[in-house]
Write a protein that binds this ligand. Structure first.
Ligand code: CA
Length: 342
């Protein structure tokens, strides 16, 4: 809290207030105008100039115009200081000339504004009208409650006036600029979690149907990080067993990725887990694009009883089969992605 006066009072009638001692500790409020950039509507010249900065030089010297600010005689004269940031102004203290001119500040106005444009100053920026001016060489303090701004000005609304100020002192604290409150965010509805994977025990190893929709490469990463690899199908019997199980229990896509991959720029297919491909079960007897190297280089199985294979575009988002076992001869094919993942 800042202020010049401290009072203690008891509300209500018929009360008595007795105080043995009142002590107040604090320090004078800092003058926020000191040394800041001051300007005025013109500079008064009479042997020496009366610069605007004389009113913020920290001295209340008031011997004559040369130590004070002063405008020429003109219509609507003004003096202004830039506090460099918005302040909640508490008081404005002005010292007048001591050698003359006490009448010149009668009806001068003190304005506080966030705008430097004098022409915009109105009753909204008005702190006080100095109806009685300031006696010769005196220092008056004005209180500006609830006023904030970066610019403080003293102006006279009239013709042929002067603004002489020997010192202008301003106390206050930097205005706290409210931070905008973030717009309320609508709660995000989490996407439905995929159904849990299905686990089948097939010919001594565990085959897992993962019912997430992933590209072939992402499916490979998924299987290699959580299980062993994308599944291979080692025999027609195993293929039928898996196909029957899936038909009963349900993949969510028409095809499911296997660990089937075609060698780039050739028609040679292989298993990602390094197993020999000693049987094949292509739908229609062969890959659809076997004559076009580089096309549809990933293999999936149709979600039907025969579980027939087909070559597909690797970015299709399909369910997939992983497997895990304890095969000591596991020797996976290392694979580096060569296209942007989706
Ligand atoms: Ca001064």
């Amino acid at each position: 809290m800042e202020g010049r006066y401290v009072s203690v009072f008891i509300p209500g009638e018929g009360k008595q207030l007795a105080l043995a001692e009142v002590q107040v500790f604090g320090k004078p409020a800092e003058n926020q105008a000191l040394g800041k950039e001051a300007t005025q509507s013109s500079d008064f010249l009479y042997y020496t100039y009366s610069y605007a900065k004389n009113a913020v030089d920290g001295s209340r010297a008031n011997s004559d115009h040369s130590v004070c600010s002063g405008t020429n005689g003109q219509d609507y004269p003004w003096w202004k200081v830039d506090l460099l940031e918005d302040y909640n102004v508490t008081t404005v203290t002005i010292t007048s000339r001591g050698d003359c001119c006490e009448h010149l500040l009668i009806n001068a106005e003190i304005h506080i504004s966030s705008s430097p444009e004098i022409s915009t100053y109105s009753k909204d920026s008005l702190c006080v009208v100095m109806e009685d001016g300031i006696p010769r060489g005196a220092t008056n303090t004005y209180v500006c409650p609830d006023m904030s701004g970066r610019y403080l000005a003293v102006l006279i609304r009239g013709l042929g006036g002067y603004v002489f100020l020997c010192e202008v002192e301003v106390t206050g604290v930097p205005a706290v600029i409210p931070t905008p409150t973030p717009a309320p965010t609508t709660p995000t509805i989490p996407p439905p979690s995929p159904p849990p994977p299905l686990t089948l025990l097939v010919s001594g190893r565990t085959v897992v149907l993962v019912r997430e929709h992933l590209s072939w490469y992402d499916a490979l990463l998924h299987c290699r990080s959580l299980y062993r690899d994308l599944a291979s199908l080692r025999s027609p019997e195993e293929q039928l067993e898996v196909g029957e199980a899936l038909l009963l229990r349900g993949a969510h896509t028409a095809h499911v990725w296997l660990g089937l991959r075609r060698r780039m720029l050739s028609s040679v297919w292989y298993w990602m887990n390094g197993e020999e491909m000693d049987h094949s079960s292509w739908e229609g007897g062969r890959p659809r694009y076997h004559e076009i190297p580089g096309t549809s280089a990933c293999g999936a199985a149709a979600n039907m009883v025969q579980f027939l294979w087909s070559d597909r575009h690797c970015k299709e988002q399909l369910n997939f089969l992983c497997y895990t076992d304890d095969d000591p001869d596991y020797s996976p094919v290392q694979f580096t992605i060569t296209y942007a993942r989706t």
